[in-house]
Design a protein around this ligand. Structure first.
Ligand SMILES: Nc1ncnc2c1ncn2[C@@H]1O[C@H](COP(=O)(O)OP(=O)(O)OP(=O)(O)O)[C@@H](O)[C@H]1O
Ligand SMILES: [Mg+2]
Length: 423
């Protein structure tokens, strides 16, 4: 008969009769197995917990705790439940055998036993266990590989998506900037020309008298000249306001379109938030009130493009949540900042709070998983928070979420901002 190779399998033998214990121990030791005898149920449980055996040979009829009870307790312990149990008993009734299997035993041998039969069954069960453990290990490796593949895939999707968006944003910013500049220059010229024209008209008016002046006044009334004089500066003001907004959007697009990967110093987090709020304005300004509560923050080390991306994702989620809650009076998003100390480190912290319905407790641990979404197909990919968590990790920071039932959600971004962070 072949001796077990490599690491000798260990077998726990449980029997209250010393003669049986030493007979079985001797037999199995001769085969090269590591054998531990246990003369009672409680001692067997202790031995199994202390050092898990590969197989247990278990007598049924024992004083105090019988074999069935030992088996039940082993099977109810998740750490020990997988160890195969081979009952060896003088009880030969079919009902005893059936009970042994129903308690979780893998096999049953009746005493007096045939040595070869015991050895053959021991070998089979050890082999089965080895094969099962190997399979489990392979499954683990496979599922880890699958997770890695999923992560790699989502990173790829993300970088493709962001690169494409970055190029698009840079292009749009450039294309808008040129016409905006010449509209602005022309408007300034127009304003100046208009002022000159008014002064010419005033001069002409002052030189008129009699019928000439009367005719002019009739015409002025006809075209409501007084109102026009009042309105034109307001109209110019509106045009310049509009242009200012376009410039803000272009500036935000440029900020967002930065494609470099590096972290740089001197970043004003409030400026980044403001730029992102401008970019998202069309998504919230009509129906959601956005409040800012900025604290005093030092500049930080970071990547504006990546931080913008995080803010866009978190604010978009907040807007979606508030819209889904659909209670007009509660439509509010607050962006607050403050310094906080955590684990003896200083952080610049940015909280984004919304008045949406919140995140159900059972989803909280899954929201950062790639592809986890509760949004309809086509609306959410479930990558937003996964990406945010990764980008913040690249900044040596972390994200926290609080979503007390019925009180909306707050995501908090912690970014290192202490003396110890080099810049
Ligand atoms: N502010 C929030 N309020 C309520 N639920 C939220 C909030 N933010 C995230 N969630 C939940 O977390 C899920 C995952 O968010 P995540 O941003 O990762 O993906 P998504 O928004 O569904 O899709 P996308 O990839 O387009 O961002 C959401 O589907 C939603 O269920
Ligand atoms: Mg999202």
């Amino acid at each position: 008969m072949d001796k077990p190779e490599g690491h000798a399998p260990s077998i726990l033998i449980v029997d209250d009769i010393p003669a049986n214990l030493s007979l079985l121990s001797g037999l199995l030791k001769d085969q090269g197995y590591k054998v531990r005898p246990a003369p009672s149920g409680p001692l067997a449980l202790q031995a199994a917990q202390h050092d898990q055996p590969d197989l247990i040979l278990l007598d049924i009829h024992m004083p105090g705790m019988d074999g069935f009870e030992v088996c039940r307790r082993l099977k109810s312990d998740p750490a020990l439940a997988d160890i195969p149990i081979l009952f060896i008993s003088a009880l030969s009734e079919t009902s005893d055998k059936l009970r042994a299997f129903s308690e979780g035993g893998q096999d049953y041998i009746t005493k007096p036993f045939q040595v070869d039969e015991v050895l053959a069954r021991v070998r089979t069960h050890l082999e089965l266990r080895r094969a099962r453990l190997e399979l489990e290990q392979k499954n683990r490796v496979l599922s880890e590989a699958l997770d890695q593949l999923k992560t790699a895939q989502s990173h790829l999707i993300l970088s493709e998506k962001m690169a494409a968006l970055g190029v698009l944003a840079a292009g749009v910013a450039h294309e808008i900037n040129n016409p905006v500049n010449f509209v602005k220059t022309s408007c300034h010229g127009l304003e100046k020309d208009f002022e000159d024209m008014i002064s010419v008209l005033a001069l002409v008016r002052s030189s008129l008298s009699g019928d000439g002046l009367a005719g002019l006044e009739v015409h002025e009334r006809k075209i409501d000249y007084a109102t026009m004089l009042r309105e034109v500066p307001e109209l110019f003001f509106n045009v310049f306001e509009g242009l200012l907004r376009v410039e803000e959007v272009v500036k935000s697009l440029r900020t967002f379109a930065r494609t470099d990967d590096a972290l740089s110093c001197g970043i004003d987090l409030h400026e980044v938030v403001d730029a992102v709020l401008v970019m998202l304005r069309s998504r919230y300004e009509k129906h959601i009130q956005v409040d800012k509560a900025y604290g005093k923050l030092p500049t930080i080390r970071g990547n504006i493009g990546k931080l913008s991306q995080v803010l866009i994702n978190l604010l978009t989620n907040a807007i979606d949540a508030v819209e889904a809650a659909a209670v007009p009076s509660r439509q509010r998003i607050t962006v607050a900042t403050e310094m906080r100390r955590r684990d003896e480190k200083d952080y610049a912290v940015l909280h984004i709070s919304d008045t949406g319905a919140g995140i159900p407790q059972e989803f909280l641990h899954r929201i950062f998983d790639p592809f986890f979404t509760t949004k309809p197909v086509g609306k959410g990919t479930g990558l937003g928070l996964f990406i945010c968590a990764n980008l913040i990790k690249e900044h040596q920071g972390f994200l926290e979420v609080a979503s007390p039932v019925g009180q909306g959600t707050t995501f908090s971004i912690f970014l290192p901002a202490g003396q110890e962070d080099p810049c």
